[in-house]
Design a protein around this ligand. Sequence first.
Ligand code: NAP
Length: 258
Amino acid sequence: MAKTTDVGVSADLSNQVALVTGASRGIGRTIAEALAACGAKVACVARNEERLQEVVESISSAGNVAQAWTCDVNDKDSIEKVVDRVAETWDRLDILVNNAGITQDTLLPRMSDEQWDDVVRTNLRSVFLFTRAATRHMMSQRYGRVINLSSVSGVVGNKGQSNYAATKAGIIGFTKSVALELAGRKVTANAVAPGFIETDMTAALGDALKDEAKKRIPCKRLGSSEDIAAAVVFLASSGAAYLTGQTLVVDGGMTLGP
Ligand code: NAP
């Protein structure tokens, strides 16, 4: 029976295994909690072990199942080990959510090689590495859902974010290509492109900028982690079986134009 999560979307993910990167806080944490509430066993991946344990405890105390897996998504060997061990521990891997991401914002003339490389490595190369490792299991199971966190910056661009926007646009092209390659094995790949969501990533932007952003958003509020997790739960649900290669823009209408 479909279970209703506190993000307002129902799905029955019993007997499924999910891996969520960047699950220690923000959007990733809410996604991990929502997938677990739908019955999936969730592998929570990030660097901060203490925060990951907090997430696992919160999921367990709600009567659901999760494990913490400490991993830097810049470390290729660690990624491959984590993916294979999660699939071995729980005997399968059904849902991969590539959510870990960073920003290092500055205008192009001031952007260093390191700022470019760090953002590309963390946001884009990791998505390739996790997806390649996870889809090996999904292909042999003949079932899988890959869900990648893009951004409206990757759809329409953003001043000061040429590195970040390049990775988030890259994720959209990557997702479409993976969708085409794997559709015949019942593995779908989709992206979610959030707008302005209240998390640590946007906390430093300050109230004045947030108020300005709210005025430009037709829904007249900033987004929440729950708004994004709802889209992810839908993409993981049985109802999304015929949806692949798409990008769901979840931005309160921000990119629709004036
Ligand atoms: P956040 O609050 O800053 O959290 C980022 C997460 O990524 C943390 O769990 C962090 O965990 C993990 N992470 C970062 N670098 C990592 C690394 N090298 N290895 C492993 N984990 C790493 O960010 P958020 O706002 O929730 O964003 C989540 C995703 O949504 C990102 O891909 C972001 O680009 C995208 N997004 C966010 C917004 C927004 O407005 N917030 C808008 C559009 C798109 P540790 O520090 O514990 O490693």
